[in-house]
Design a protein around this ligand. Structure first.
Ligand SMILES: [Zn+2]
Ligand SMILES: [Zn+2]
Length: 247
């Protein structure tokens, strides 16, 4: 059994709220410095930086997962993770069909740019990526699982854009794979505040918006071999794999 240090919730410069220094190149450089084995860039409602991040990470011996932080119709942030490029493209299409298109004002909300390895701007998204999808949380969960992905309600203890802030509780019938606990809380507190929780599986990530935050909170994955299938097994706590939440 091996241990792998993972931070699966990092925002790039494509997220309007992230610092402009958060280019895929800088993110992978910092992940190396933080000795992260597994990373995921999970921008708001977009996977467009994932292919470059995967490429750069692979060259540096880091396993990068395709990811996105979806904002559901109820304004609940959910971390969605995918294995293949085909799955990523299908889910990107689902988001683009479902997002409510509100024009972005970069002066108010921030820039949303796609950059290359040299940090040259390739594209700028003109609608606000932080908007909610028309799809609700159950529809998003269903689509993620149809594609073979992993579905994790994000920062469930937070007072904004979390499942508990928006719905008031964690629905016992919601088919999540794990719950993300922010650095501001503990698993015990989340369980205490949500007595209806049936599936006690947790993960912690940094939700980094600046370079220094990358890897500041993380989880340790215990598994034989590093691949997406084992990542899923660890999150679900099956087949001898597990996630240890670090502080
Ligand atoms: Zn969020
Ligand atoms: Zn986030």
């Amino acid at each position: 059994m091996e241990s792998f240090k993972a931070d699966l919730h990092i925002h790039s410069v494509l997220s309007p709220c992230a610092n402009l220094e958060m280019s895929p190149t800088n993110i992978v450089d910092q992940a190396l410095k933080q000795k992260l084995d597994i990373i995921a860039v999970a921008d708001h409602n977009s996977t467009l930086h994932c292919p470059l991040v995967r490429d750069l990470a692979l060259r540096n011996g880091i396993f990068a997962v395709n990811a996105v932080e979806v904002n559901t119709r109820e304004e609940v942030h959910c971390l969605c993770l995918f294995d293949t490029e085909g799955q990523r493209v299908k889910f990107q299409n689902f988001i683009e069909e479902s997002i409510q298109r509100v024009p972005n004002n970069p002066d108010i909300f921030g820039y949303q740019v796609v950059v290359n390895e040299q940090e040259e701007i390739l594209d700028e998204i003109d609608y606000l990526l932080h908007s909610a999808l028309r799809a609700n949380i159950d529809e998003v969960e269903k689509r993620v699982h149809e594609l073979g992905g992993i579905f994790i309600p994000a920062h469930v203890d937070r007072l904004k854009f979390s499942i508990t802030s928006q719905l008031g509780f964690i629905p016992p019938n919601l088919n999540y794979d794990a719950l993300e606990v922010s650095k501001n809380s503990t698993i015990d507190t989340v369980i205490k505040n949500n007595p209806l929780i049936t599936r006690k599986r947790f993960i912690r990530n940094s939700d980094a918006h600046t370079i220094e935050q990358i890897g500041s909170s993380y989880s340790t994955f215990r598994m034989e071999k590093l691949n997406f299938e084992n990542l899923k097994n660890a999150i679900m706590g099956i087949n001898g794999c597990e996630v240890l939440v670090e502080f």
